[in-house]
Design a protein around this ligand. Sequence first.
Ligand SMILES: NC(=O)c1ccc[n+]([C@@H]2O[C@H](COP(=O)([O-])OP(=O)(O)OC[C@H]3O[C@@H](n4cnc5c(N)ncnc54)[C@H](O)[C@@H]3O)[C@@H](O)[C@H]2O)c1
Length: 369
Amino acid sequence: MNPAPRTVAVGGEHPYAITIAPGLLHDAGALAAQVRGRHALLVSDANVAPLYAAQVREALHRARADLSIGTFVLPAGEASKTLAQFGHAIEALAALGASRDACVFALGGGVVGDLAGFAAACWMRGVDCVQLPTTLLAMVDSSVGGKTAVDIAQGKNLVGAFHPPRAVFADTATLRTLPARELRAGLAEVIKYGAIRDARFLQWLRQERESLLAGDDEALALAIAASCEHKAEIVERDPLEQGERALLNLGHTFGHAIETEQGYGSPDNDNLNHGEAVAVGMVLAARLSAALGMAGEDDAETLRALLRDYGLPTEIPAGLAPEALLARMRLDKKNLAGRLRLVLWRGIGRAEVVPDVDEAAVLAVLRAG
Ligand SMILES: NC(=O)c1ccc[n+]([C@@H]2O[C@H](COP(=O)([O-])OP(=O)(O)OC[C@H]3O[C@@H](n4cnc5c(N)ncnc54)[C@H](O)[C@@H]3O)[C@@H](O)[C@H]2O)c1
């Protein structure tokens, strides 16, 4: 028998629920109840669609025989999070004849969630989006909070919109087909919540490492619920990232620079994926905090050792020039008035936003990196 679903409520101006349980993609009633009109577009990628799209379509049809359901499948990987694929998603909505009460279902990882969410934000100036995350990273982070975007050559997520989902259904049974490397990438974002605001959670993650890496259902469900609670608490207070929401970006300015400089990960190359780049970025942020006298070296080492024990990279990949990474960091969305604005920490569980960080100190950390 499946365990009872866990739910996390996200409050604020556009409240919604995150439901976490195995088997949710079969829940015809719950999925169909989200569609206000007659049109639904299912967006997925080439890995996920063959595994799960049919069951979602079948569930929607079972509950609502009147629905027109379109499907748009993009190639898997970060390299697909482009304006061109966004354009194809919009064309799929047009071909469906989707009206203002249409609903976009984002079935996949963060790439699908970000792109489908952005298409939903833009079609007729905004239609409903339901997130059906199938990676751990998407369940603990990208499906929650309403940030949607695509990448351009100059940088990640530079074109996008805030568009909160109507609902999030995290079917944890989908994690059973997730490659181990992608599971670890999601655990990097789980570790992030401990690093920025919850030293006890980090301690729990240290204890539960083996069960989490082995894909234990109960441990994963606990980690997902705890992560979503952290994210919900922050985004309902600061939905548009005018303040504390920026803390969720610990390691991301470094990580995005690495991803952009490498040319984005895809199944065809060995470039770091998003979670891996964030793992390296968090270590660099912790080291920079130590170099600036904000925290001890020992805190940076504790975080690095935990990430390493989770099988995550903790060093800048070979071949990336520190100066080039710094140039990428100058284009980060958090920067104000041309000054580097970074999330650093005062030690485990105590992240803070630091405006106007000295570029020479950043470069020194990148060179040592
Ligand atoms: N919007 C936000 O707030 C936010 C937050 C964090 C990350 N992100 C974005 O999320 C993206 C990364 O997301 P991701 O790590 O989920 O990557 P992803 O979407 O590329 O998925 C990783 C890989 O796993 C495959 N996959 C997904 N689910 C599967 C399953 N159940 N079984 C088998 N294979 C499966 C995918 O096809 C892909 O190859 C980045 O673009 C990042 O910028 C957004």
